[in-house]
Design a protein. Structure first.
Length: 116
């Protein structure tokens, strides 16, 4: 509960700053402008949350993660860049790509469940 209250206070403070900027630029002339700003700001926050959360999820992996099929160490082949389509818009994702010499398959450890 205390965490939620602290988060709520941080959001209120950030919104007050953003609102002051919008008003200073004359962006909020009527209720439609306010609603458009609400949607735009919500999308920006949601997208940035996704970008940062996905970056943490695809954190640096072991040098040679094991193939999910046979368990052999995979060879690192670089990164795969893609856009995830979320309910709040597209979010960029960069993830490590590996190849298993035994199975001859590509795999992406970020796709594997934690502990797998």
């Amino acid at each position: 509960m205390a965490r939620n209250k602290a988060l709520e206070e941080r959001v209120k403070s950030l919104v007050a700053e953003m609102l002051a900027e919008e008003e200073a630029e004359g962006q909020l002339e009527n209720i439609n402008d306010i609603e458009d700003a609400m949607v735009r700001m919500g999308d920006l926050v949601a997208r940035e949350f996704g970008v940062q959360a996905l970056a943490a999820q695809t954190r640096p992996l072991p040098e040679a993660p094991c193939c999910p099929d046979c368990g052999q160490a995979g060879e690192h082949l670089g990164k795969r860049e893609r856009e995830l389509i979320t309910r709040r818009g597209q979010v960029p994702l960069s993830e490590a790509k590996y190849r298993c010499h035994k199975c001859r398959r590509l795999f992406f450890p970020s796709d594997c469940p934690a502990g797998a």
